[in-house]
Design a protein around this ligand. Sequence first.
Ligand code: ARG
Length: 458
Amino acid sequence: MAARLWGSRFTGSLSKLSEKFTYSISYDSKLALYDCMASIAHAQMLGEQGIIPKKDASALTGGLKILMKSVEDGKYVYDPSSEDVHTDIQIKLKKLIGQPADKLHTARSRNDQVVTDVRLYCLDHLDNIIALVEGFQIALVNFADKNQDVIIPAYTHMQSAQVVLMSHQMLAYVEMLERDKGRFQDARKRTSLNTLGACALAGTSLPTDRDYVTKKLEFDQTSANSIDSVSDRDFIIEIASAAAITGMHLTRICEDWILWVTSEFNFASIDDAFCTGSSIMPHKKNPDVLELIRGTASKFPGRLMELLVLMKALPSTYNRDMQIDKPALFDVVETIADMLELMAQVVAGIKIKKDIVKERVKSEYFFTVDILDYLIKKGVSYRDAHDTVGAMVKECLDHGRKISDMPLGQLKKYSMHFEEDIKNLLKPEVSVRVKKSLGSTNPDMVKVQINKWKKRLK
Ligand code: ARG
């Protein structure tokens, strides 16, 4: 049995099953690096404040740096009989530097230690996630930039509706991701809080300098209330919530692209690096990576719910329940990071089937709203224009006709406002070009947006 940080008042020992059930070393070892970092700052503060002798502070710092290096090099071996990563590091430090190790836990408790470690872990991963969101945005903007001439059908209710620039669609994803990034950045603000020094829950009578530790660990602020410091896990829930929304966005993007690569849509192909074949149907190329991103995203709302239920109705301060926020947190941040990185790779490998897409935007039904607007510009009311175009569509559907084939005389029967120029509207390039409203799919406006994003994301 490994030494514990709390053994002295006990005569008996934890049952084997209790050990198995309560030990967290199997998952909280992911905090090792952050535990060393926080302990180094803490030890330096203890030395600076004269709470422990300077030479002990240097011994602690020296030993912790050695342990930190072995964690970074992947050489640190976790002892499964240690209760948690904090205990394991404490034991290894004692072996390494001897007696001064016993002074490290002065003016702190695992309650403030664990939440501080988790905050450092989150900050590191949030920075990575924010960079990955941006990486995906950049990949989308590059794609939009390279394919500015491509016009695709767009859908509502999954029924063909109007034509848009493919770039416009890509920039729609960029907007969604910008909000996602904002949510992670916002969560980061509340995560960047030094909680170390709150001790068990009430603070300490020792003359600590908490702001010193805040500066050393590059936190933005020092927590103001020791009870809240050890109680609060909101920041984890916020991160899980931001990940759940981002994950939901990724599934919608995946779904669009999965449709694009079906033989029915056939707008594009995905690079072989992200697809697999079928064991029985030799012709198949399945978009497995996109499907698995869509599928795996289901875990985010589950993990978010798990964290909310975990924290619900917990009394103030630290409760052991809080230990199991970690599997959920680690799973969320690691999975969302992988997904974002993959998405950026997938978009770089999308090839548009330009000739096929060109055929798909020829139907005149895509342009009915433009004809409607034509009549409105000539003073016709919206309702009358809708009825007129509706009657034309019915005639075309019933008799397999095209508006472009109707002689002017016939067009005039629908509305005396029609002139030959109405036929100019029946082209996809014109349909995107005539859009004028801010944020529309007009190619000039989309170009402005592409340039704006290129500048912003640099
Ligand atoms: N492994 C524990 C956790 O992650 C450490 C804190 C235990 N603190 C305590 N007072 N029992 O929450």
